[in-house]
Design a protein around this ligand. Structure first.
Ligand code: AMP
Ligand code: ZN
Length: 464
């Protein structure tokens, strides 16, 4: 199994630190809003990486954090006049809901920055003791030049970096390249007590601390979007390796951006769709399928056309699965002699799928193999096929889909748009005193897990 390591800029054979185990850390979102579909790309991609390791028999310890203290969260809390913790708690809850809808397996652990402050203070103290950090008037800086390996991930050179920096830096820093580990409290902001006075951590330290606490000093895989390579991951390496005296992560995996009109989708550019918005129009399995239709290191441009073709592609696979299910209802008996060679052909599809995934998780090729397999099933699964053959087809198709986290069983999921339409129809029926139809619509919605509430402001609905 080969994976592309940003650290070596090469595809390398995966060799776990501990036999049969994978320790994996994925940088999670900053929670000040609903997640957008750009944020969903690393979630889907690295969940698929995890699933493939599990398919291969590894036990995966998967840790992904929530950054729940940050300027953007604080700004939002000030706008809304509520505590920052209320903002972050709200969006952690919403994010988990989106992740469940995207069929992302729950992490082994989702640590939150605000619950790990003691660990961060400890690591900063260690860094100061070892001479890698220094406090100045309530701020603690990392002494970047002291760490020899700085730049090894992003292939940046400190002198070039420094030349690019304008010198309007805070004068209290020893060097323009030093970065913040701890910053002093500002009026109205959340803060914690520390040996350097009340304040809050810089962004990078949380991941070094959580990764160490939940996975150990050295982990197998550290992952995130490619914008994190510099400075976030470079700084994480510096902090962790300086504090622990050990290699931080063996393999660094980075997904390329999800773009829109060939520009990075981001909150700051305002060119984004939230996962919630997409959910109004599509089953989120379509979004997942769309994300995996490209290799994770290739940029992916979001468009309605591509979403439509993903929808059709997924539909094709689901139709085949549905047909197998129907055939199985009547099928009987063990494998027939003439079917034996079909099982051999089936093995080839599985082998090809694995070859694609073994090559740095090439989900695009893996999906092509599933399409070929579906074509094969559509030809070879017949009314008179044996039960054993059909079950074997079904099992293989399910296993391959499961690796990608694609649910084949079509849920009778109702979209927001359809709900609104039915509610409008119910209102119209009531106006015409057609209460039978109004009740019928309520029941239809109820069966689909939608609960209606008549209020003075109109009808409200929620999913059960
Ligand atoms: P943030 O909330 O900005 O810290 O981002 C959380 C994760 O989403 C990080 O791994 C980012 O690299 C990733 N990310 C943000 N925007 C995009 C995008 N447009 N395409 C792919 N990944 C993204
Ligand atoms: Zn991180």
């Amino acid at each position: 199994m080969k994976l592309y390591n940003t650290l070596s800029k090469k595809k390398e054979e995966f060799v776990p630190i501990e036999e049969g185990k994978v320790k994996m850390y994925v940088c999670g979102p900053t929670v000040y809003n609903y997640i957008h579909i750009g944020n969903a790309r690393p979630m889907i991609v690295f969940d698929t990486v995890r699933r493939y390791f599990e398919y291969k028999g590894y036990e995966v310890n998967y840790v992904s954090n929530f950054t729940d203290v940050d300027d953007k969260i604080i700004n939002k809390s000030m706008e809304e006049g509520i505590p920052a913790s209320e903002v972050s708690e709200r969006y952690i809850k919403e994010c988990k809901k989106d992740m469940a809808d995207l069929n992302i397996k729950p992490a082994t652990k989702n640590p939150k920055a605000t619950e790990e402050i003691d660990g961060m203070i400890d690591m900063i103290e260690t860094l100061i003791e070892k001479g890698y950090a220094y406090p100045v008037e309530g701020t603690v800086y990392f002494r970047t030049r002291k760490f020899d390996g700085y730049g090894k991930l992003s292939k940046k050179n400190l002198d070039e970096l420094e030349a690019g920096k304008r010198i309007a830096i805070e004068e209290q820093k020893e060097d323009a390249m030093d970065f913040v580990l701890w910053k002093p409290k500002k009026e109205g902001e959340p803060y914690w007590e520390s040996p350097w006075g009340p304040g809050r951590p810089g962004w990078h330290i949380e991941c070094s601390v959580m990764s160490k606490k939940y996975l150990g000093d050295t982990i197998d895989i550290h992952a995130g979007g490619e914008d994190l390579v510099f400075p976030h991951h470079e700084n994480e390496i510096a902090q962790s390796e300086a504090a622990n005296g050990k290699n931080f992560a063996k393999y660094w995996l980075h997904n390329a951006f999800l773009n829109i009109n060939n520009k990075k989708m981001s909150k700051s550019l305002g060119n984004f769709f939230t996962v919630r918005e997409i959910r109004e129009k599509y089953d989120l399995q379509v979004l997942r399928f769309f994300m995996l239709s490209a290799h994770y290191r290739s940029p992916l441009n979001f468009s309605a056309d591509l979403m439509e073709s993903s929808k059709n592609g997924l539909e094709r696979i689901r139709t085949s699965a549905e047909r197998l299910k129907n055939l199985l209802e009547k099928a009987e008996g063990p494998l027939k002699e003439e079917e034996k060679q079909l099982l051999e052909s089936q093995k080839e599809f599985t082998a090809k799928f694995e070859t694609a995934m073994d090559d740095d998780f090439n989900t695009a090729d893996a999906i092509s193999v599933i399409f070929e397999f579906v074509k094969f099933i559509n030809i070879e699964a017949k009314e008179d096929s044996s039960k054993e053959l059909l079950e074997s087809f079904q099992k293989t198709l399910n296993n391959l889909a499961e690796v990608l986290g694609i649910i084949l069983e079509q849920k009778e999921e109702i979209l927001d748009e359809e709900i609104e339409k039915l509610i409008a129809e119910r209102q119209a029926a009531r106006k015409e005193k057609n209460f039978a139809r109004a009740d019928e619509i309520r029941d239809i919605l109820w069966e689909k897990g939608i609960i209606l509430k008549d209020t003075r402001e109109g009808v409200q609905w929620k999913r059960a």
